[in-house]
Design a protein around this ligand. Sequence first.
Ligand SMILES: [Zn+2]
Length: 427
Amino acid sequence: MNTVNKNIFWKAILIATAAGLVGSTMTSCGETVESSHVNDVSGTQLVVNVYNDVWDTWPENMRNAVTYCVSKDFGANYTKVVNSLRVALDDWETYGGFHYTHKSEFDGNCSASTAVTFDVRPVSGQDYLMRAFFPHTPRAQSNILVDSSTFSHPDQAQVGFFRHEVGHTLGFRHEHLEVTGCNEDGQWQRVTTYDAASVMHYPHCKGGTGDIDNLILTERDRNGIAKIYPKYVGPKVYFFKGGQYSKYDMQADRNMPGYPTTILPNWRGITFSSVDAAVNWGNGKVYFFSGSQYLRYDVMEDRTDPGYPTTIAGNWPGVTFDRIDAAINWGNGKVYLFSGSQYIRYDIASDRADAGYPRPIAGNWPGLFNSVDAAFNTGSGKVYFFRGSEYSRYDIATDQVDPGYPQPIAQNWPGLFAADIDAALEW
Ligand SMILES: [Zn+2]
């Protein structure tokens, strides 16, 4: 630390080496630095760690499977730690395709050997505020250690420290690793252009803001996480059955690896034990129905909007159904809602059911089942309906089921639930 000011402002948050060793103090960074110092290096980054010549990031099958505990040894600070870490995680998860799950049942005995991916524990007397680990780090060292000095900072600072540490756990190196005096070794690769204000940049290594109590994700941090942990944006369809869901790749025509999996915690805020119907409204919102209730889900935020679930009754003008079996956006400003042997056409612009509904399915949907479990729109002129162990493809232009249908789900949708799908959703 030699010339580093002993003021807490200068304390190292973390040094993580390329080998994944953590917790060493700042060794080379931190001469006199003012916040007015703009970066003096060219090029670079959010910076991803490279280990054994490959990106040190979570493999796809771990991205929604990382778990952690938070030690009750934090005592009076326990709730603050739990909440600060969750806020920090939510920030990253908003832009990245991953989710960490808090296993609070382990918090009473949360150690380096607890059966979670990593543990969060208090320490004291260290010359760092917090330290973390990289994805490839062995379990015993996969900890976020929080020094007691952390709590002398305001609450929002702790959220910021966790934002930084979570960045390491995702495989990100220090943004300042090329800043003279703050250099770090090892293997790494630049992900975005250099960002002195990055959450991964020590403020005192010629960081843009110089404010250690307000570490936030910058636009380039968000772009970086989205690049390394992409949220899928292509043609995928979600299928729901009971408490599970599957993700189907329409292009590869197969169920994606790792599915089915549980609705929670992957669909945040969906408290339904099962879903009856789901429909993409086309405006960044998705509606899920279950029994007499529904909820609105935000696609970009990847979470249920506040205030939901609520009742269908009173919120869907003209919809007389007490439950919805299937819902589908026709792509022309109309949504069809199915319940039993009937259906209703709903107008998106006027936000109400069209006059003259409900009507019977029979006689109005040539070739279709007389009731449906689930439906989705491919967006390319074809719509799929599911019932029991069968499905039918419906052509929008000819307004009838294509010849040769229905067909069995089992042989035609590899890896998908073979029967009794509750809901389908194009994403
Ligand atoms: Zn760090």
